[in-house]
Design a protein around this ligand. Structure first.
Ligand code: FAD
Ligand code: SIN
Length: 527
């Protein structure tokens, strides 16, 4: 049994920022970060565009950023949350800078601000096209300077510990006591008892297979919170990024940042038409839901596998300065962006819903907090405004820190049993896991993608149930392993997406059901 004051699940921007703050404030308390891959690996590491923050007070204002967020969210944002997050932005960004993060500046020494879909002003602070890498590097450097933080990589959290596991409990309300964690280095299962647990476990992209997300994005935190009976909301709002670099195999797709469209790139279909004008007067800079749904329509009309991003009219020297990573990636694939159009396709990118939290990041389970992509704060509504995710993670990790440093909790003694792993090594288990994973991903792409229908969703539910039965049987008899747990988690997440989609009767933002077409959102403005 390992004991700690604060257990942080995940080493992306949300988990690392919270860990730094709480460890600095309480130098005598123990902070334990567990993360399932290398400590650098997360969605955060791949963030390109940047952090949306109001910096330029001449052109921009909090009011404009608030309004853009509300419009993108299509009427489903929590207005008070939007106001709070936008207004906190500059302070939280400054903290990153104080810890050593470098963001690009222009010749006047001011931040070089980018623009992305749905933003009415230039307000995206960035480090070239590798903003997430810069943030991760900065946060990890600070983490290593703090002696009361331990970071355990290749430690996979299997499940949260709640009353369900503990025999004698004093608390009347559902409470979290820590987590069971598989140490992948020696295949042992550790029981970690924590006063407070933070779920900062990121996104779900891999549920769809074709995704901009890295392999870690399997929705584990949302699934374990759901099994622990925490409230989960808005899972029908999956954000598909319009411009993932097309490749025939699909799987993990390299992102071509929306900032490239902010820089002036055009979307074209095979005929060469700038089709976005047909769908929205903001054309390429309409919000992400509208651009992805428009591309999906074009692909269906022409039966093509991808559309194109045209950068040939842009200043390529400037392009290389702003987007060196994207330029190089295209070059490696023999795409010369000064002459060739880039083949792009929408891909699963971000989950707007997740574990419901209040403004202090509290979930519906006592002592369990959540922030970052796995949480549902009310900021994004039906569709997240580009570059509002890193911002949200920074603001909420601070809010949780504030709450925990100004409130105390009464803790009762609990006896937590060790994990009982009675399973065995099942022959061909890898093959069974891979087979079911592919079935799941293809099901989600074909029946629960950008455009859904009631019949497809019902069909998806039935098919998912048969995958669920097979995988649960395997889980019952198998020795616990990461691939099997991840598959089980992705099935839970798929279940939530499908069921919450079926409950939604109106098209909003990223949720588009052809049976609700009287509310068709492909109109000039989604305000
Ligand atoms: P993550 O950064 O994903 O971190 C989650 C952590 O949890 C990881 O360390 C993971 O290993 C760990 N974990 C998960 N499950 C377990 C488990 N079972 N046990 C142990 N550890 C676990 N947003 C913006 O605002 N601006 C951008 O420019 C931008 N660009 C993006 C570009 C790409 C390619 C992608 C994929 C996303 C982008 N986003 C962007 C979205 C943004 O990066 C993420 O939403 C955000 O970084 C999420 O941070 P997080 O800390 O919540 O989760
Ligand atoms: C991008 O750079 O296009 C991604 C931005 C985001 O997801 O917020």
């Amino acid at each position: 049994m390992i004991t700690t004051d604060y257990l942080v699940i995940g080493s992306g921007v949300a988990g690392l920022t919270f860990a730094i703050k709480i460890a600095e404030h309480f130098p005598h308390k123990k902070v334990l970060i567990v993360t399932k891959g290398e400590k650098e690996e997360s969605n955060t590491k791949y963030a390109q565009g940047g952090v949306a923050v109001v910096i330029d007070n001449c052109e921009d204002s909090f009011q404009k950023h608030i309004q853009d967020t509300l419009i993108a969210g299509d009427g489903l944002c929590d207005k008070s949350v939007v106001k709070m997050v936008v207004k906190e932005g500059p302070k939280r960004l400054q903290e990153l800078v104080d810890w050593g993060a470098n963001f690009d500046t222009n010749s006047n020494g001011n931040y070089d601000l980018g623009k992305e879909g749905g933003h009415s002003e230039y307000r995206v602070v960035h480090h070239k096209d590798i903003t997430g890498y810069e943030i991760t590097k900065t946060l990890l450097k600070r983490i290593h300077q703090l002696e009361n933080i331990t970071i355990l990589s290749h430690h996979f959290v299997i499940d949260l510990i709640t009353q369900h596991h503990v025999k004698v409990v004093q608390e009347k309300e559902l409470t979290c006591y820590g987590a069971y964690v598989l140490n992948e280095n020696d295949n042992t299962i550790n029981t970690i008892q924590a006063k407070y647990t933070l779920l900062a476990s990121g996104g779900i992209g891999k549920v769809y297979g074709h995704t901009t997300n890295p392999a870690i994005a399997t929705g584990d935190g949302i699934a374990m919170a759901y099994r622990a009976k925490a409230r989960i909301r808005d899972m029908e709002f999956i954000q598909f990024h319009p411009t993932a670099l097309y490749n025939e195999e699909g799987a993990s797709l390299f992102l071509i940042s929306e900032a490239v469209r902010g820089f002036g790139a055009y979307l074209r279909n095979k005929q060469g038409d700038r089709f976005m004008f047909t769908y929205d007067e903001r054309a390429e800079l309409a919000s992400r839901d509208i651009v992805s749904q428009s591309i999906d329509k074009e692909l269906k009309i022409y039966g093509e596998p991808h559309v194109y991003l045209d950068c040939t009219h842009l200043d390529i020297t400037e392009f290389k300065k702003h987007f060196p990573n994207i330029y190089q990636k295209c070059k490696d694939l023999q795409i010369d962006i000064s002459k060739d159009w880039i083949p792009v396709v929408p891909a699963s990118h971000y989950v707007c819903g997740g574990i419901e939290v209040d403004t202090y990041g509290r979930t519906s389970v006592n002592n369990l907090f959540s922030c970052g992509e796995c949480s549902r704060t009310g900021l994004h509504g039906a569709n997240r405004l580009a570059s509002n995710s890193l911002l949200e993670a920074l603001v909420y990790s601070h809010n949780i820190f504030n709450y925990l440093t100004s409130n105390s909790t009464v803790f009762y003694e609990v006896k937590i049993p060790e994990w009982i792993d009675s399973g065995t090594e099942v022959p061909n288990s890898d093959v069974l896991i891979q087979h079911n994973l592919e079935k799941l991903q293809s099901l989600m792409r074909n029946y629960v993608g950008i455009a859904r229908s009631n019949n497809e969703l019902k069909e998806a539910k039935t098919k998912l149930n048969s995958i669920y039965q097979e995988v649960e049987e395997l889980y019952k008899i198998s020795k616990v392993n990461t691939a099997l747990c991840e598959l089980r988690n992705m099935i839970n997440v798929a279940h939530l997406i499908i069921n919450q989609s079926l409950e939604r009767k109106e098209n909003k933002g990223g949720y588009f059901n052809i049976d609700n077409e009287h509310n068709n959102i492909l109109v000039t403005s989604n305000n």
